[in-house]
Write a new protein. Structure first.
Length: 372
């Protein structure tokens, strides 16, 4: 048993250590004073988001980018509240915003919504975000700057939580900071495995060249990740991470445990459908390490391992995880929330093991729809 514990710990240490190395290797983008050149179609699917939309629309209105060079396409996924009326009656001060009805063709409403919008889009660059997000003022400016400098086909950009005014929400923040750390680190080592559809940009022709979501449209979630996997097969050199603090999109943490559980099961449920071998390996090692930490007290109580093995294993995980989250928190300017890590790191292995098991045996609810 000691050999198994040692093996899992070493693999985990090497894996997270490689992401920490990759995080530093991924260079911050240097913004230049360039004349805006790129025209964008900003795509935002929504379903019953009337309580979230005013904040989103306020930040759209304050975007510092020529109004003639971007449009906003809001895709209504069968909302039953007053979301549509709210958008249509909102004073956006000259911005081009349209509401289109989602054309359902597959079991994935969000993928259908994005595809519907892309088919209607005027411009060649598609930028996606979510209805519960806040967009930074220079968002499109920096993306345009990056396109002019790097000529990519897919841009992954950072996402974090805001208004984390309780331990429950700070727990979620530290979780997403770790995921963002892995995202940035994986680009730094040349093995991208993650992205977030709340801050994603790609060329419309590239989306059509790879036939959009064909091949994974039967999976409800993963509009971002599966697109990344397909592009890595055909355009790996043209897939980039835009590392710049002024392009960070923020969203809300889940309000209660039930919503958090449903969200995390939805995220975990697509793991079995990964096509990227390194993604699968990462998921296996992370699950094995968290499962091991959950089982360590039992092993010690049953006298299968000694106290030294128990303590050293936990300390290695505690320290290597903290280093990754520390780097991520510093980049996102959220270091003030790091004290919550002490308690969070004790709870997280149990939470993530629980979610992994649920994702195998149970379905989830998303936007008041049930999925398996």
């Amino acid at each position: 048993m000691t050999v198994i514990i040692l093996s899992i710990t070493i693999f985990y240490l090497l894996l997270i250590g490689s992401f920490i190395y990759g995080f530093d290797k991924t260079q911050d983008f240097k913004f230049e004073d360039l004349t805006p050149h790129t025209k964008f179609s900003v795509v935002i699917p929504f379903r019953n988001e009337a309580h979230q939309l005013p904040v989103l629309l306020d930040t759209i209105k304050t975007l510092d980018y020529p109004k003639s060079m971007f449009e906003v396409i809001m895709v209504d996924d069968d909302s039953s509240d007053n979301s549509v009326d709210l958008i249509k009656n909102y004073d956006l001060k000259g911005l081009t915003i349209s509401v289109v009805k989602n054309i359902r063709r597959t079991p994935s409403p969000k993928k259908d919504g994005i595809t519907t919008a892309i088919n209607d889009a005027q411009f060649n660059w598609i930028v996606t975000t979510d209805a519960d997000c806040r967009l930074p003022k220079y968002w499109l400016d920096i993306v345009d700057n990056y396109i002019q400098n790097k000529s990519p086909k897919l841009i992954i950009a950072p996402v974090t939580y805001t208004r984390v005014n309780s331990f429950f929400k700070r727990f979620q923040l530290l979780d997403i900071l770790s995921l963002q750390g892995v995202t940035i680190g994986s680009f730094g080592i040349g093995k991208p495995i993650m992205c977030n559809g709340a801050n994603l940009a790609y060329h419309k022709d590239t989306f059509k060249d790879i036939n959009g979501y064909e091949g994974n449209s039967h999976i409800a979630s993963g509009d971002d990740l599966f697109l990344l996997e397909k592009l890595l097969k055909t355009h790996k050199k043209d897939v980039s991470y835009l590392k710049h603090p002024a392009v960070v999109v923020s969203t809300n943490a889940e309000p209660n445990f039930r919503a958090l559980k449903s969200q995390r099961v939805r995220w975990a449920s697509k793991t079995a459908s990964y096509n990227n071998a390194f993604s699968k390996l990462t998921a296996i090692i992370v699950f094995a390490m968290n499962g091991l930490v959950v089982c360590l007290p039992l092993f010690y109580w049953a006298e299968i391992i000694n106290l030294k093995t128990f303590i050293y294993t936990c300390m290695i995980k505690f320290l290597i995880d903290f280093l990754l989250i520390f780097k991520s928190a510093r980049f996102f300017e959220q270091s003030q929330f790091l004290p919550a890590y002490v308690l969070s790191c004790l709870l997280y292995p149990y939470f993530t093991t629980y979610i992994a098991c649920l994702s195998v045996f149970k379905g989830y609810k998303w936007k008041n729809r049930s999925y398996r």
